[in-house]
Design a protein around this ligand. Structure first.
Ligand SMILES: [Zn+2]
Length: 270
């Protein structure tokens, strides 16, 4: 059984119909949540690294400034994941590994605060940004300066997922070999995106990354607006993953689903 803490690393402002087609136009706060996962033998794992102040620095100039124009940032330095460890009586050296769901800037901006630890990320995600700079990188919501220079060396290759399949989400990879943390593919939003099913002390939790942006989108099957296709890897797969998450939620109503940016998620509930 795992401990799980959700940290809010800052947010950007978006228009609700951009996140969910057909909802009334209103500004929406889009937090970037990360999960701190404690395993009794394997120690602490960070799932995504969220925003960090260097995101503001990195988006001061073109073309990255366009990223900030599209999603105005509200990031306080003390919200960086590394600065929040002390709240859980943890220090940097307690973090044994980082899982990166996908390499979009709002999920990796804090990664350089965790030097030397192994990084669990799909090779498809790394390949998709290899050698990309400028507008080609921006089109993948990728800001090269956010990534550590030694990422390729620290990246832990993931095997083909052949672990116990989850309803509608397909085969998994049992990260610790004890069923406590199962990784699964969540294709569409970004190349090689992965999520994780965690067996926590408060019940099972699905860290859904950007497989869906909100729980409302899952319930009501609301796709993101077409303008988001600019950053999306595979539009058709976005819809398939959104449907799979809904069907999973119906098959496994016991699982709490945590999309990274969902405003409904209560981060005080463990
Ligand atoms: Zn995101």
């Amino acid at each position: 059984m795992l401990d799980l803490h959700l940290l809010d690393t800052g947010h950007c402002l978006v228009s609700a119909p951009h996140v969910m087609r057909g909802v009334p136009r209103r500004p929406m706060i889009c937090r970037s949540l990360v999960a701190l996962i404690g395993h009794p033998q394997q120690g602490w794992t960070l799932f995504d690294t969220g925003y960090a102040p260097r995101m503001v620095e990195a988006t001061r100039r073109l073309p990255w400034w366009l990223y900030r124009l599209a999603t105005p940032l509200r990031i306080r330095p003390e919200q960086a994941a590394v600065r929040q460890l002390a709240r859980y009586s943890l220090v940097l050296s307690d973090i044994q590994r980082v899982i990166i769901s996908h390499v979009h800037a709002d999920h990796v901006a804090g990664l350089r605060d965790f030097p030397d630890v192994p990084v669990i990320v799909s090779s498809e995600a790394l390949t998709s940004i290899a050698g990309k700079h400028g507008l080609a990188a921006l089109g993948r919501a990728h800001i090269p300066s956010l990534l550590p220079a030694d990422l390729d060396r620290r990246a832990v290759p993931l095997p083909t997922f052949i672990g116990p399949p989850l309803p509608h989400l397909g085969p998994t990879h049992d990260l610790f070999g004890d069923g406590s943390l199962l990784l699964m593919h969540l294709p569409g939003h970004a190349r090689g995106q992965i999520g994780a099913l965690a067996q926590t002390k408060r019940g099972p939790v699905l860290l859904a990354a950007d497989g869906a942006w909100t729980n409302q989108a899952i319930r009501e099957q609301r796709l993101p607006a077409r303008i988001t296709h600019l950053f999306v890897d595979d539009v058709r797969a976005v819809g398939a993953t959104l449907a799979a998450l809904r069907n999973f939620s119906l098959a496994r109503p016991d699982v709490r689903i945590i999309p990274t940016h969902c405003p409904e998620v209560d981060i005080s509930a463990r």
